[in-house]
Design a protein around this ligand. Structure first.
Ligand SMILES: Nc1ncnc2c1ncn2[C@@H]1O[C@H](COP(=O)(O)OP(=O)(O)OP(=O)(O)O)[C@@H](O)[C@H]1O
Ligand SMILES: [Mg+2]
Length: 313
C-alpha cells in the first residue's frame, strides 16, 4: 500500500475503484449478452442481400491468435464500419475478405462465393470487383496523379487511351482534383494524396470498397471531405463499403452500421444512434476517446518488473 499512498491515491479510493470495476465488468457481460440476443451477428441463413458474410471465422498468424469466431454480414449498398483497438485484427479481417489470407476455420463469402476455396484465377476475378484504400497505401511516387489513377485501367482493361483519359478525369473530378491531374504525389498535401488514392481505388468501378484507416493523419476539414466522399461514392457507384477506422465521430456521421472487435470477437454492434446511446464500457471508451477502460493500451507482454530486472522467461 505505501507505493499507492506515495502516488497520492488513498486506499479508500483504490477500494472504490475496484468495486466500480467489478460493477462495470458485470454490466459489460450482461450487455454483451443482451446485444448478442437482440441482434444476431449473421442472419440465420445466408442472404443474397449480403455482399460479404464472415461466418464463424478464426485466424492466427502462426502462434498469434488474432480472430476467434467472428461472424458479421455486410448488406448490399451499405457503408459499414469495423472498429476496435490497435492490433485487434481489423486489417487482417480485410485481408481475409480480399483473399490475401485464408481463415484457419470458418468461411468468408464475398458475392456468395467462399473466398478461402478460390483458386488464383477466381481470386483475380474477385479482386477486379474490389476497391481497396490501403492503410499505408502510398501512391506511386514517380507517376502523376493522372497516371496513378490510370494505372489499374491500363493493367486490367483493353480500353483505348482516349477513353482511359475520360475515365481518369471523371474519377479525379469525383474527388475534386481534376485540376491536380498533372501533380506528382510529392506536390500534394496529405489530404489531396488520400483523395487521389481514393480516385485510384474506384478506377474500375468496384462493387465492394474497403477502406483501411482512411482518416488517419488528416486535418479535420480533409477528414470530413474524405468521410463525405466515402459516402457519396458508395451511393453514386451503387457499391458497398467497409470502413476500418479508429475515428468514431467521423464514422458515426457517414456509416449505416458499426461492428466493434475486441479479443478476436465482435463484442458490440449497432446503428450510429444505437452506438451513441450505448452504455457498454468498451463502446463508451471508444466513442469518448477515454484512455482508461476495457481497451488495453499495452500489447500483451510478460510482467514489466521481470523485463526490467532481466528475469529469464
Ligand atoms: N504478417 C503478420 N505476421 C505476424 N503477425 C501479424 C502480421 N500482421 C499482423 N500481425 C499481428 O496480428 C495482430 C492484428 O494485426 P492487424 O494489422 O490486423 O491489426 P489492426 O486491428 O489493423 O491494428 P491497427 O489499428 O493498429 O492498424 C497484431 O497483433 C499484429 O502484430
Ligand atoms: Mg490496421
Amino acid at each position: 500500500m505505501p507505493r499507492i499512498i506515495a502516488q497520492g491515491i488513498s486506499p479508500d479510493r483504490v477500494r472504490v475503484r475496484a468495486a466500480r470495476r467489478v460493477v462495470r465488468d458485470r454490466r459489460n457481460r450482461v450487455e454483451s449478452r443482451v446485444s448478442r440476443q437482440a441482434k444476431p451477428a449473421l442472419p440465420a441463413r445466408p442472404s443474397p442481400e449480403n455482399v460479404v458474410e464472415v461466418d464463424n471465422v478464426s485466424f492466427a498468424y502462426d502462434a498469434r491468435q488474432v480472430l476467434s469466431g467472428i461472424s458479421l454480414a455486410i448488406p448490399r449498398g451499405r457503408v459499414v464500419a469495423i472498429m476496435g483497438g490497435s492490433g485487434c485484427g481489423k486489417t487482417t479481417l480485410l485481408r481475409l475478405i480480399g483473399g490475401a489470407l485464408r481463415p484457419t476455420s470458418g468461411e468468408v463469402r464475398v458475392f456468395g462465393d467462399s473466398v478461402g476455396a478460390m483458386n488464383q484465377e477466381e481470386l483475380y476475378a474477385l479482386r477486379r470487383k474490389l476497391g481497396m484504400l490501403f492503410q499505408f497505401g502510398a501512391l506511386f511516387t514517380d507517376m502523376s496523379s493522372y497516371d496513378n489513377v490510370a494505372f489499374q485501367m491500363r493493367e486490367h482493361t483493353d480500353l483505348p487511351e482516349d477513353l482511359i483519359r475520360d475515365l481518369v478525369l471523371m474519377k479525379l473530378h469525383a474527388v475534386g482534383l481534376r485540376g491536380a491531374a498533372h501533380l506528382h504525389p510529392a506536390e500534394l498535401s496529405g489530404g489531396m494524396a488520400r483523395r487521389v488514392a481514393l480516385a485510384r481505388a474506384i478506377a474500375l468501378d468496384p462493387q465492394l470498397m474497403m477502406y483501411d484507416e482512411p482518416f488517419a493523419g488528416l486535418d479535420p476539414i480533409s477528414l470530413s471531405v474524405i468521410g463525405q466522399l466515402i459516402r457519396r461514392l458508395n451511393d453514386a457507384l451503387g457499391a458497398t463499403s467497409i470502413v476500418v477506422t479508429h475515428d468514431v465521430m467521423e464514422s458515426l456521421k457517414i456509416v449505416d452500421y458499426i461492428y466493434f472487435i475486441s479479443d478476436g470477437r465482435i463484442i458490440a454492434q449497432g446503428t450510429p444512434d444505437e452506438i451513441r446511446a450505448s452504455n457498454m464500457p468498451f463502446v463508451h471508451q471508444f466513442v469518448h476517446g477515454e484512455i482508461d477502460g476495457p481497451v488495453a493500451f499495452h500489447y500483451p507482454a510478460r510482467a514489466y518488473r521481470d523485463d526490467m530486472l532481466g528475469v529469464q522467461p
